[in-house]
Structures are given as C-alpha cells and as structure tokens.
Design a protein around this ligand. Sequence first.
Ligand code: KG4
Ligand code: ZN
Length: 359
Amino acid sequence: MIVLGIESSCDETAASLVRDGHEVLSSIISSQVAKHKCYGGVVPELAAREHLKNVSPVVEGAFLEAGLSMKDIDAIAVTSRPGLVPALLVGNSYAKGLAAALGKPIAGMNHFLGHIYGAFLEHPEVLSDPKKFPVLALVVSGGHTAIVHIPADGQARILGTTLDDAAGEALDKAAKILGLGYPGGPIIDKISRDGGNPDAFHFPRSLTGGGGKPLNPEHRYDFSFSGVKTSLLYAIKDNPDALPNRLPDLCASFQEAVIDVLKRKAMDAARQVNAKLVVLAGGVACNSRLREKIADVCAHEHRDFLPAPPKYCTDNAAMIGGLAYHYFRRNCALEPDFGIHARLDFNLGILPFAPLAQL
Ligand code: KG4
Ligand code: ZN
C-alpha cells in the first residue's frame, strides 16, 4: 500500500510517499525558516500563505522523486492536529480536494503521534515485537514536550507535559537572548559541542524537587522551561563579561539544564512503567547531547533505546504517511469528514501499531 503523506502543521510544507508504513519512496520538505527568521518565531498567517504557495509543488516533487504518478497511490494522509490552525487548513483543504479528485481514501493524522512514529519508520520490526513493550516515549519539539506511556495494548497515555514553554521553544528563546539565529536549538547544540562547559553556570532544574529532594509529586512528569530563560537573562546581567567571551559556556550550561530535566523525568517515568524501550522523537531529539545522555542511562539500565533518525526528528511527511498505513491497513480512524484541531488531546487513544491493539 502506497500512502501520500502531507504535513503543514507549522512552518514546513512536506509531502512523502511511503510504501507499507516503512519504505520511504520520497520525502520533500520545504522549510519557511528564512521567512520567519526576522520575527524570531513562526507567524501563523504568514505560514499559511507560504503553505498555499508551496503545497502543490512539494506534492508534485514527491511524485517526481519517487518516479510515480498520482494514480499509483492507495490513500492520502494529512496532519489534522495539533498545529497552527491557518497552517493546518491549507494542507487539509489541499489533501481533501486531491482525495476527492482521485477517488482515494483520506485520513487525518495526529502530528504528535507522527513524531513518535518517526522513530519506527526505519525499524518497523520493533512494532511487532511484544518484548519491546511497554514503550516510553519522550517527544520534544518546538511545540511539545511530553512523556508518553505506550503499554502493550497500545493505549497511549501522556504522563506529563510542559506547563509553559516547550523544550525547543526554550532553546529558541535562549538563542534569541544570546543574539544567535533562529531556530536556536541546532545553533546552541553546535556551539556547546565546540567547547562549551556545561558546568560553567548553574541554571535551575525546574519541577524536579531540587536540592536533593524527591521529585515534586504533583508535577512528577511535567515540565516548565520559562524560568530557566529568566535565569539566563540574570546570568548575563550579573556577568558583564559573559557575552561574547563566554558564549560557549552559556550555551552549554543552558542546554544542560534543559536536557538534564528531560532526561531525569523521562527516565524516572521509564522506571515507573518498567519500559523495555525508550523512544526519543521530535525536533529537539536531534540534539547530540540529549541523545548521548539518554543512550547512556538506557545502556546502564538495560533498556533498549530508539532515537528517531535526525531526518525524521524535525517536521516531515514520511512520519505521517508511515503512521497512516497502520490505520488504513486496519481500516480504522477513517472519518472522511475529519476536522482540524489546534490542541493536543491528552487522551491519545489506541496506537494502531502496538501489538495487542484490539482493532
Ligand atoms: O519537530 P519540529 O521540527 O517542529 C515542531 O513540531 O515544533 O521541532 C523544531 C524544534 C525547534 O525548536 C528547534 O530549535 C529544535 O527543534 N531543534 C533542536 C535541534 N534541532 C532542532 N534543538 C536542539 N538541538 C538540535 N540539534
Ligand atoms: Zn513537529
């Protein structure tokens, strides 16, 4: 089965053709980063106008790259939630129009679950192995930071999420404070790697209990990244020589504070649910230090670790076309008149690819 995946939830217009949920025949991504750079973040209406310009050429590009024509596909999948409403509207209108014209089935996909699926795209065999469950997924992007428990029955549950900024958003805002470009996550990652000392400055680890106390029980798996950003502002104010002289130390120490909390909470959750496999997904999962740190703990605790490949961490349509296959194959989640939604539903429902799902 060949699925055309379409993604337009934020500032990437993407299309991909995926065979049987794992064979990526093409993946085209048109990034709008340059358009939003001067605003230091994504402007929803501007994003929608760019999607409108790009969606048709991007879809055509995906067919060209795969050497296929539109009649060769079996179904269409489009990100329908969560995301920026004006941006989602463009991809969804286009996808529904195309499905009607071609007479193909269409399904709306959850972008957040798509990110998790990004880790399995190149390892579909893991999904049919009951020994890999329960799975604990840490999903970290510019829009989301969440810990997800996926037990063997596939009923995915969010254990904790951010109360304010997402991890990627915090890194992007820190980069703005430091006078670096946008998006800031990859820049901070690179500067930190090139000689920053993660212990040079101490930034707070919020909602962790601090000072050796146990994790704050009501926010055990929640995150808060807005305070650490303020601490960065004070560190610069209190150390007038810090910029530009100690830029690498500031980057590495700030990044460490964000990563440390992500690692501590995700691995604490992994222990609680006795996860056999830890999955790392979303744009921030590209971060070299985060990958390294979680890999180390997993190795130490004898848990399998599956980070999404960097090309499937940031927004793409292969994760959407791949995920959709599992719904189409089981003939489920096919409401032809699905709507779009800005927010993430805490009750993610059954993940159709988990082995014991009764679908
Ligand atoms: O998943 P994504 O492409 O879009 C959303 O769904 O939000 O994630 C984008 C986020 C941005 O905040 C960006 O700074 C961050 O991922 N990011 C990184 C790295 N690469 C991208 N953060 C830290 N280190 C990286 N190497
Ligand atoms: Zn995303």
